[in-house]
Ligand binder design. Structure first.
Ligand code: GUN
Ligand code: ZN
Length: 428
């Protein structure tokens, strides 16, 4: 069955930091997106493609909007939805005082389902169609999340948190139970419909060597699942890791020694990486989730995007809710731009939207499946509306080209500017 959408179209073909700008994207002012059985069939100029279509086919015309692939959130915590905007702390105190007590509720499957329903609705309304998601230590939290994501036909990646030290007793597993529960979840859910599993050690401070080694063992048994954790987010955290693991050569090396780096390994933050750590991430094809909203909220620091690019590290954008303060990828790009300004670096609008779409897909090893309009990709796409608010409506009248329009969307945009979200071609 064909579905056809007409409008202003943009998608990325490559990283604008690596190829000539004009080769990095395809932009069509009046384009057609042709979808067959939920997958991209063809994209091109409306004038060229319209005459090739059967006259009986309905064309949905999105006027005054920009059609692009759905956003990809490469790091977010669904159980932290209801504790977003908790005041006044940096990472370690924030975890202890707000986060851990809150995550206790997710031993209850029904509670997890209710929060997952709200979380996924918010995400989709903000134009995000795929995310790499933390559960809690409870296997029920992942069961709940996948159940709801499956009903919504979303491509989602999630995993049960592993933590067996330096956390409250009520949130603690063991190296063995963490391994067993993760394995059972992988067997049940990984690659069921559009769902995939991520082995999820919370971060080095809350994981014993035995637990990290078990995570590495599990990853070797299931090489096509993900590894998802936090890395070098906060100065006190890094000092603590060095105290806890004195025989390793820094934070990343703790993970490396347990065989946790690789093509489907995603490390959130990486705000304070040494060059040699960045180099190691690059050579192992690992990825970083850049989470500017969270990094600003917790006062963690300013991510060095240039350094990551220099060492050819895959980078995607993450909201990191509930340390991040927004579901909106547009608002997250706003904060990302400002973090780079404070570093004296410039984040171009093309680079921003690349990171939020194809960059995220590459970070998640899903290029060709999501992230752009390549033939055969899953047709998860959004329509951004320049006129949803009076201010953007006014501002955009003075814009001269797509670069300016993208910048305006990322500086003034939020959920209100996402006019429609489509999953496998269907509007939701
Ligand atoms: N490091 C370990 N756990 C967390 C968490 O829940 N949020 C953030 N931002 N950093 C972490
Ligand atoms: Zn996080």
């Amino acid at each position: 069955m064909l579905k056809v959408y007409r409008g202003e179209l943009l998608h990325f073909l490559a990283d604008p930091a690596k190829v000539a700008l004009e080769d990095s994207y395809q932009y069509i002012e009046d384009g057609l997106l042709i979808i067959k059985d939920g997958l991209i069939e063809q994209v091109g100029e409306a004038a060229d493609l319209l005459p090739t279509l059967d006259e009986t086919i309905d064309v949905t015309h999105y006027e005054n909007g920009l059609i692009m692939p759905g956003f990809i959130d490469t790091h977010v915590h669904y159980p932290q939805t209801e504790m977003i905007a908790s005041f006044g702390e940096q990472l370690l105190e924030w975890l202890e005082n707000y986060t851990f007590p809150f995550e206790d509720q997710f031993s209850d499957l029904e509670h997890g389902k209710k929060v997952a329903e709200f979380f996924l609705t918010q995400l989709v309304e903000a134009g995000t169609t795929t995310a790499l998601v933390f559960g809690t230590v409870h296997k029920e939290s992942v069961e709940a999340f996948f159940t709801v994501a499956q009903q919504k036909k979303l491509r989602m990646i999630c995993g049960k948190v592993l933590m067996d030290q330096n956390c409250p007793e009520y949130l603690s597993d063991t190296a063995q139970t963490g391994y067993d529960d993760s394995k059972a979840l992988i067997e049940k859910w990984h690659k069921t419909d559009r769902l995939q599993y991520a082995i999820t050690p919370r971060f080095a401070p809350t994981c014993s060597k035995a637990q990290l080694n078990k995570a590495g063992e599990l990853l070797a048994e299931y090489p096509d699942v993900y590894l998802h954790t936090h890395l070098s987010e906060n100065i006190n955290e890094i000092a603590w890791v060095e105290e806890l693991f004195p025989h390793d050569d820094g934070y990343l090396d703790v993970y490396d020694k347990s065989q946790l780096l690789g093509r489907r390994s995603v490390f959130a933050h990486g705000v304070h990486l040494h060059d040699k750590e960045c180099q190691r991430l690059g050579e192992t094809d690992s990825a970083i989730a850049f989470c500017p909203s969270s990094n600003l909220f917790l006062g963690s620091g300013l991510f060095n995007l240039k350094q990551a690019q220099q060492f050819d590290v895959n980078v995607g954008m993450g909201t990191d809710i509930g340390a991040g303060t927004t579901f909106s990828m547009l608002s997250t790009l706003n904060e990302g731009y400002k973090t780079q300004q404070l570093r004296g670096d410039i984040l171009s609008p093309f680079q921003s939207f690349y990171l939020a779409t194809l960059g995220g897909a590459i970070a998640l090893d899903l290029e060709g499946t999501i992230g752009n309009f390549t033939k055969g990709a899953e047709a998860d796409f959004i329509v951004l509306d320049y006129h949803a608010t009076p201010l953007m409506d006014r501002r955009v009248q003075h814009s001269k080209n797509i670069s300016e329009k993208l910048f305006i969307l990322s500086m003034l945009g939020d959920e209100r500017h996402v006019k429609a979200t489509h999953i496998m071609g269907e509007r939701v």
